[in-house]
Design a protein around this ligand. Structure first.
Ligand code: ZN
Length: 361
């Protein structure tokens, strides 16, 4: 340390300025061309008590002008420690001092308030590369698969924040509306199904199925709810021309019937085409299905060449079997039969079927 020798006069002047005139150390230092720290050291050596708060600075405010000047002088200049690497010990000390530090909720809120609406200058206008995005996505999926509790925790905290700040949701909705306004092309893709590449990826499909299954395992009440809702639902199902023809026949035969009644007795309930409750002349509750040749895979017309039609045929068979087990009589007519059907034919069919085991095609 540089030692500076002062004359007695100078010493007295420093002490006088400090204790009598309440000058600040750095102001005194300016006169003698030394720093404020040196002034304090000199004062200490002289045995002068250093005031904790210098009354000179108490309530002192820089003028707006001087603040502006300081700001201007620093504008555009890098900070003094830019690019200066911290020494290893310094780095360690910093990390040690931060270890175990718990940021209180209050501080967290303060930080978040101060940062809301302020764009991150470092990231502004920059975009991650596609590769980086994929990698981060994959790493997240892996992390969640390893520790599913993390995902739960995140979702819970998010739910809580949304609950406490409904304004966030509103802001998001607003943002979404704006993006739709700015990019109307998004609307074109809305409601579209997954692309073929996604469809053909067995991993993605399996994952989605697993999720779906797990949902019903976790929420057994959901299935019941859906079932109930479906029973009450009135679908705007239009009667097809073949259905209308059969309905007409029934009216002429004075048989009471319901259209599109929801049948809840079987495991996967559905809306049948025509339901005839048991009544005079009809000893058993009957369901009439008018099957379109295309949609139900008629083996005579062979209109639908899609291999998926086998699935549809299986569903029809399974449903028929279940309905019969539950005590219904099931009558299925093909579209091509109905088209050429006369009232007498229909009556015959209905009565013949009544005498047989309950189901005939
Ligand atoms: Zn047919």
């Amino acid at each position: 340390m540089r030692k500076i020798k002062f004359t007695n006069n100078q010493m007295e002047e420093i002490v006088r300025l400090y204790s009598s005139e309440n000058k600040r150390p750095h102001c005194i230092g300016k006169k003698f061309n030394i720093s404020g720290h040196t002034v304090i050291r000199v004062l200490r050596e002289e045995g002068v008590k250093i005031k904790k708060v210098n009354p000179g600075t108490l309530g002192f405010k820089f003028s707006k002008e001087s603040i502006d000047n300081v700001r201007k002088s620093k504008l555009g200049k890098p900070s003094w420690n830019k690019g200066v690497p911290l020494s290893d010990t310094h780095r360690k000390n910093v990390s040690l001092s931060l270890k175990g530090r718990v940021i209180t909720k209050e501080t967290r809120n303060k930080i978040s308030v101060s940062k809301t609406g302020v764009p991150n200058k470092k990231l502004l206008g920059r975009k991650h590369t596609e590769e980086h995005r994929m990698n981060s996505k994959l790493s997240k999926i892996k992390l969640y698969e390893k520790n599913p509790e993390i995902k739960k925790k995140i979702s819970e905290t998010l739910k809580e924040t949304y609950k406490n700040n409904p304004s966030i949701i509103e802001a998001q909705k607003k943002k979404h509306k704006n993006t739709l306004k700015e990019h109307p092309e998004i609307l074109i893709n809305m409601g579209k199904k997954h692309s073929d590449t996604l469809k053909n990826n067995p991993q993605i499909i399996e994952r989605a199925r697993k999720k779906h299954r797990q949902f019903y395992i976790d929420h057994p009440e959901a299935k019941e709810k859906i079932k109930e809702a479906r029973a009450k639902q009135v679908l705007p199902k239009k009667d097809t021309s073949i259905e209308l023809k059969i309905q007409n026949f029934l009216s002429k035969l004075h048989i009471e019937f319901y259209t599109h009644k929801y049948i809840s007795e079987i495991t996967s309930g559905y809306q049948c085409d025509i339901f005839i409750p048991s009544q005079e002349g009809v000893s058993q509750k009957t369901i009439i299905e008018c099957d379109g040749c295309y949609w139900h895979g008629c083996p005579v017309c062979k209109l639908n060449k899609n291999p998926l039609i086998e699935h549809r045929i299986e569903i029809d068979k399974k449903r028929t079997k279940e309905l019969i087990e539950k005590g219904f009589r099931v009558v299925r007519f093909w579209e091509h039969d109905i088209k050429v059907m006369e009232l007498n034919n229909f009556k015959e069919e209905l009565i013949v079927q009544n005498k047989l085991r309950g189901f005939r095609r």
